[in-house]
Design a binder for this molecule. Structure first.
Ligand code: NAD
Length: 422
């Protein structure tokens, strides 16, 4: 791979490039700039795990706290074979900006463990999760740093983190993680929240561009928590989902997919998505991104739209479900094509918003109805969308840079008030 292309795929550089542009537009003072550019702390842990057969292996895990200026660190834990400190660092910074864009009182953090969860038994995963948590127990806490699920982790992982933490601090502490099962203090609507936030942003963008929802053809890459719920909710809202894909490949069908049946095929019958009978034309996981559509929702992983392929994207609205699906090198190409971008730190912020609601409910010990959660989420997403788009229009920047500026400005104001403790 050429050197330029390699750098392009370094997500931390992508995150930094946008920060630099936004900081310059904002005229950020030198001290504030440096404070926000670097994470507050990065921890590496080496996690011994006994396999079911008695063999012991050491796994590497990370937790990065990018900022606690506006509140406790908040961010998911990723279990994947290719997690790196660079990736976790970028994701932690994005969490800071994301929480600030939607104006919730959290900072940004992220964690990861280099492992392949598909190759570990449930018992091995539990031991790995508990030991990772035990090694970070002093840094986690409802007022310190609050993990959540991400790629390769789920509600069960959060339950193990919560229990391990509770055993260490010797008290039930449900608010130490979000994305928990409902029976353990989880929130109604959390599972669907990221997809719902994406759907709400699409509704706003479609109205703004005077498009008709029923004429909108949508392609979604990724059929996990984010991709599946986004597809389902968009389908239910009247959009036509003509393309879906997961890691095994994609299906393109101009007539539209039945998302409920596809879910059953993949998750109840455990069959490969591209083999869904009568599902349409098989295309690769990446090629699906380049089929013509009105709304493209990359909701799988980072670095999917790059300087090398951005010219092939053929949509009116790019609504980013994944974190960092578009590299900073691709931004310009997408802008030149006149594509309306709903950037990741805005589009997928529904998840962390309902995580915030979950944290609030846990701390109150008082739980809300699903309709209440969804109404409050709609409020937050629509207000945040309006603020970003208005900023972009008034200041002549693209939506992504506008989102960064809104976020960085909020963190900067909080930081100025707090001052630099020495
Ligand atoms: P997940 O593990 O539930 O699902 C990931 C999906 O993407 C799976 O269907 C997988 O098969 C597919 N996939 C992986 N690599 C792919 C590839 N190269 N091409 C096509 N498909 C691929 O994860 P998730 O929770 O849905 O997260 C997806 C993305 O959204 C990540 O970037 C994550 O950081 C981001 N995100 C998640 C949440 C959340 O609430 N879960 C919130 C905000 C952002």
């Amino acid at each position: 791979m050429p050197v330029a292309a390699q750098n392009e795929l370094n997500v931390y550089e992508s995150a930094e490039a946008r920060f630099e542009i936004a900081a310059e537009r904002l005229g950020l003072e030198q001290g504030l700039y440096h404070y926000m550019k670097y994470p507050e702390r990065e921890i590496t842990v080496y996690i011994p795990v006994a396999f079911d057969n008695g063999h012991v292996e050491i796994f590497t895990g990370y937790r990065v706290l990018h900022s606690s200026v506006r509140g406790p660190g908040k961010g998911g834990v990723r279990f994947a074979p290719d997690v790196s400190i660079n990736e976790v660092r970028a994701l932690a910074a994005w969490m800071t900006w994301k929480c600030a864009v939607v104006n919730i009182p959290f900072g940004g953090a992220k964690g990861g463990v280099i492992c392949d969860p598909d190759k570990l038994s449930k018992a091995e995963l539990e031991r790995l999760t508990r030991r990772y948590t035990a090694q970070l127990a002093d840094w986690f806490g409802p007022e310190r740093d609050v993990p959540a699920p991400d790629i390769g982790t789920n509600e069960q992982t959060m339950a193990w983190i919560m229990d391990t933490y509770a055993m260490h601090v010797r008290q039930a502490t449900t608010a130490v993680v979000t994305g928990k099962p409902l029976d353990l203090g989880g929130s109604q609507g959390r599972r669907e929240a990221t997809g719902r936030g994406l759907m709400l942003c699409c509704n706003k963008a479609v109205a703004q561009l005077r498009m008709k929802r029923e004429n909108c053809r949508v392609i979604v890459q990724g059929f996990g928590n984010v991709g599946y719920h986004a597809s389902l909710l968009l389908h239910e809202a009247g959009y036509k989902i003509i393309g879906v894909a997961d890691i095994h490949g994609g299906l393109y069908n101009e007539k539209g997919h039945d998302i409920g049946k596809l879910y059953d095929w993949v998750y109840a019958q455990h069959k490969p998505l591209p083999e869904f009978p009568g599902g349409g034309e098989k295309v690769s996981s990446q090629e699906i991104l380049f089929r013509p559509c009105d709304i493209l929702v990359p909701a799988a992983t980072e670095n999917q739209i790059t300087a090398q392929n951005a010219h092939r994207v053929d949509c009116r609205i790019l609504c980013e479900g994944a974190n960092g699906p578009t590299t900073s090198h691709a931004d310009q190409v997408i802008e030149q094509k006149g594509i309306f971008v709903i950037p990741d730190i805005l589009g997928n912020a529904g998840g962390v918003t309902v995580s915030y609601f979950e944290w609030v409910q846990d701390r109150q010990g008082f739980f809300w109805r699903e309709s209440e959660v969804n109404e409050r989420l709609q409020d937050v997403m629509e207000r945040s969308f309006d603020q970003v788009v208005e900023y972009a229009e008034v200041h002549g920047v693209n939506n992504r840079i506008a989102a960064y500026i809104v976020a960085i400005d909020r963190v900067a104001r909080a930081l100025k008030l707090r001052g630099f403790y020495a």
